[in-house]
Design a protein around this ligand. Structure first.
Ligand SMILES: Cc1cc2nc3c(=O)[nH]c(=O)nc-3n(C[C@H](O)[C@H](O)[C@H](O)COP(=O)(O)OP(=O)(O)OC[C@H]3O[C@@H](n4cnc5c(N)ncnc54)[C@H](O)[C@@H]3O)c2cc1C
Length: 439
């Protein structure tokens, strides 16, 4: 506890830890409501992560129907309702436009700056803060959050920086992000600070991350990209299609789209999304994924197609026949996996064709891990949302402490959803911290 808590000044002072998307938006909302704001940022600049988002173009939100938005939030969507409906995608787009960063909507409702420069998003936020009572102190890592007790209630008093300086505050907003891409300043500091105050932490794990596979054939296909395939993520305790009792078990994830083979396993949009549903902490034994290479064809259509190709040139090797359906390297791997190997097409029996079709529609891949935080787009886990009031973002056990953005146990699919979470929760935290401090 911090005993030297000073009497509140007339103008309320809010300290925001972290000048990322959530922290900057919180500063905008708080200063709009007349609060004096100090942002303490540990790196040398604001929005370091924003700069690398969307491959440098920043997919800043997704213009989908608001009802559809929550379907893209993987962890704790209900917690986000108030924040999202209080500050939604249209408001973000309007904010950016009003502050010198007009936006455009692309395929899949993904929203980008018209300039295609992520730096313009940070510039818009900083330009909004200009002329307001807001200062940003760079190279200023915060070590801990200071509290005091009043009438049995624990209240926030300020923060202590790494250099030992105490900065007083009427409210503190924790916006330190997760652990992914630690070079951007997000190194999990917020978890440690919150844990010291007794706030529950859900174990942080990399998410939206490439996946390591145990199967050597994946590595042999390194560099090969596949389009229009279907990937199903089985439950770790068995096949996704198997029956448990009378109920058919739903797979953890099923998606259609693009994927890529790499020197360690698999990546690409489909795989990143599937990774949101894996926890190697809970399931170190790994996950079986099921790849359907021809999801548009029924098993009968696929078998008929293969038979037609065999009949057209029965003297060819089966791998050559498969080249009419797949790229060469993949055809060779399928022929190997099926056990047909180097045999000629005419020697392949009906039963073998049936089994081959089964394989093409369900190639198993054993996912054994991820590429870690250094390659993860987001962090799953973080501050337990049960410790926070979803209508204000205030901590239930420490009055005046708020949290926003990726530091919370919330995460979503790619497509602009994670930044929208940062904008919405940051805005709500800033607004409520300023209003509460006014009381
Ligand atoms: C490569 C990549 C691409 C991405 N692309 C997209 C995309 O296109 N669209 C999308 O929606 N999402 C994208 N994301 C995810 C998105 O960037 C994050 O979800 C979002 O930036 C989280 O914002 P935040 O403010 O909560 O945290 P962060 O952006 O991580 O900001 C946290 C800030 O806190 C500071 N900080 C940390 N600890 C301390 C401390 N102790 N003291 C002071 N300051 C501290 C950090 O330096 C940092 O500036 C991408 C992520 C990555 C890694």
């Amino acid at each position: 506890m911090y005993d030297d808590h000073k009497k509140k000044k007339h103008k309320k002072h809010i300290v925001i830890i972290g000048a990322g998307a959530a922290g900057l938006m919180a500063a905008c909302a708080a200063s709009d409501r007349g609060a004096s704001v100090t942002i303490l940022e540990k790196t040398e600049k604001a929005g370091k992560k924003i700069y690398i988002t969307g491959k440098g173009r920043c997919n800043l939100t997704n213009a989908c129907d608001p009802q559809d938005f929550m379907g893209h939030v993987v962890t704790n969507p209900k917690f986000l309702y108030s924040a999202f409906y209080g500050y939604d995608q249209q408001q973000v787009m309007q904010f950016m436009t009003d502050n010198g960063c007009p936006v455009k909507t692309e395929r899949g409702d993904r929203v980008f700056p018209v300039s295609d420069h992520a730096s313009d998003v940070t510039r818009a936020l900083l330009s909004h803060l200009k002329g307001r009572d807001v200062r940003i102190r760079y190279h200023c890592p915060v070590k801990r959050i200071l509290t005091f007790e009043e009438d049995g209630t624990v209240r926030v008093a300020g923060v202590e920086t790494q250099s030992g300086e105490h900065v007083d505050a009427d409210a503190v907003i924790l916006a330190t992000g997760g652990c992914s891409y630690p070079s951007t300043g997000s190194e999990g500091d917020g978890y440690r600070m919150a844990e010291e105050l007794g706030i529950g932490i859900i174990k942080a794990e990399p998410s939206l991350v490439p996946v390591a596979a145990a199967d050597a054939w994946c590595m042999r296909l390194q560099g090969l990209a596949l389009k229009n395939v279907e990937l199903t993520l089985g439950r770790p305790d068995g096949d996704p299609h198997q029956k448990s009792g009378k109920k058919k078990k739903k797979p953890l994830y099923k998606g259609f789209g693009e994927m890529l083979f790499t020197h360690f396993g698999i990546s690409g949009p489909l795989v990143l999304t599937a990774s949101s549903y894996m926890s190697f902490h809970d399931h170190p034994e790994g996950y079986t994924m099921h790849l359907n290479l021809k999801p548009a064809l029924t098993p009968e259509q696929l078998a008929a197609r293969i038979r037609r190709e065999i009949d057209a040139a029965p003297g060819r090797k089966m791998a050559t026949v498969l080249r009419t359906l797949f790229p060469q390297r993949l055809s060779e791997e399928i022929a190997l996996m099926s056990g047909i190997g180097e045999r000629t097409a005419s020697s392949v029996t009906d039963k073998e064709i049936e089994e081959l079709c089964g394989l093409i529609r369900d190639v198993p891949i054993l996912a054994v891990g991820t590429r870690g935080f250094s390659e993860a787009i987001v962090t799953r886990g973080g501050l337990d949302v049960k410790a926070f009031d979803p209508s204000t973002m205030e901590c239930r056990s420490v009055r005046g402490l708020y949290a926003a953005g990726e530091v919370l146990d919330v995460d979503a699919h790619t497509g602009g959803f994670n930044l929208q979470i940062a904008w919405s929760t940051g805005h709500l935290a800033g607004e409520c911290a300023a209003e509460d401090a006014e009381d």
